[in-house]
Design a protein around this ligand. Structure first.
Ligand SMILES: *[C@@H]1O[C@H](CO)[C@@H](O)[C@H](O)[C@H]1NC(C)=O
Ligand SMILES: *[C@@H]1O[C@H](CO)[C@@H](O)[C@H](O)[C@H]1NC(C)=O
Ligand SMILES: *[C@@H]1O[C@H](CO)[C@@H](O)[C@H](O)[C@H]1NC(C)=O
Ligand SMILES: *[C@@H]1O[C@H](CO)[C@@H](O)[C@H](O)[C@H]1NC(C)=O
Length: 238
């Protein structure tokens, strides 16, 4: 019995590193120049690789996510006016007439999404099928001068009709797919994330401003520590 517990705790120790696969280990096929930073977004197994150039207020991104079905869509957006979906200026990757494309949508409200130019300049938009069934959206966009934090929103959906994305699910992971994107705080600084979005129950879906990999590594160290405590408690009980 005690042996079984010891084996179980060793097994827990062994499997925990499997959860540490993060954006830092992702290889993007299209990046001639690696991005400066990446974020493991807190929901929907999504990742943002980005480089912010303050000199000309431009942001170069690669957003990695997995459509809710093979014929679905993935989206990444900046919301210049609010924190949620309404008002978002979205890049949506979907199959249109058989090819994977990026379309831009003005999501003025929860029910109205219009394919249109965005409220900011975008260029070099491209979508690709990535590893493991992922879709990658590449793009560059102009951000407000001296912007420090942007509101980002991301989403995945299962269906596309006539070249347009259909409604996504309304599970907690979908509803919490939003958070700040800090442009100035250098990844790797260990300052806590900004306050959670008020009024959002449960996890606020705020991505860590740290380099994503680091926050995951810290989480794993905690896991390792808990595992060791469990192990020691078990051993002393023998
Ligand atoms: C795809 O999955 C494999 C195995 O889980 C992993 O090693 C690899 O990093 C993943 N690739 C990407 C781009 O996430
Ligand atoms: C940022 O943009 C400026 C102006 O276009 C350019 O000269 C500079 O090389 C860019 N910096 C990086 C790191 O790409
Ligand atoms: C800003 O600089 C980036 C990186 O050098 C470049 O890719 C982009 O075209 C520039 N954007 C503008 C609007 O000049
Ligand atoms: C987005 O739609 C709203 C509502 O129709 C409109 O007021 C706004 O100007 C649009 N934005 C862009 C960039 O087209």
């Amino acid at each position: 019995m005690a042996l079984a517990v010891v084996l179980l705790s060793i097994w827990v120790l062994l499997i925990s590193p499997a959860h540490s696969l993060t954006c830092t280990s992702q290889r993007l096929t299209n990046n001639k120049k690696p991005y400066d930073s990446c974020l493991d977004l807190p929901t929907l197994s999504s990742y943002l690789h980005y480089t912010y150039n303050a000199t000309n207020s431009s942001l170069s991104i690669a957003f990695v996510s997995t459509p809710a079905s093979p014929d679905g869509w993935v989206a990444w957006a900046i919301n210049p006016t609010a924190k949620g979906m309404a008002g978002s200026q979205a890049l949506i990757a979907l199959k249109s007439s058989g090819s994977l494309v990026v379309k831009t949508y003005n999501i003025s409200s929860y029910s109205t999404l219009t394919e249109s130019k965005l409220s900011f300049q975008t260029w070099d938009l491209k979508a690709e099928s990535g590893a493991n069934g992922t879709t990658v959206i590449y793009g560059k966009l102009k951000v407000p001068e001296k912007a420090e934090t942007l509101n980002q929103v991301w989403q995945v959906g299962a269906q596309v009709a006539n070249g347009h994305p259909m409604k996504h699910e309304f599970k907690p992971a979908n509803l919490q797919a939003k958070g700040p994107l800090n442009l100035v705080k250098k990844p790797g600084s260990l300052t806590p994330a900004s306050a959670p979005t008020p009024g959002t129950p449960g996890s606020p879906g705020v991505p860590s401003p740290d380099r994503g990999g680091q926050s995951m590594i810290r989480a794993n160290v905690v896991g390792l520590f808990m595992g060791l405590v469990l192990f020691l408690v078990t051993v002393s009980a023998l």
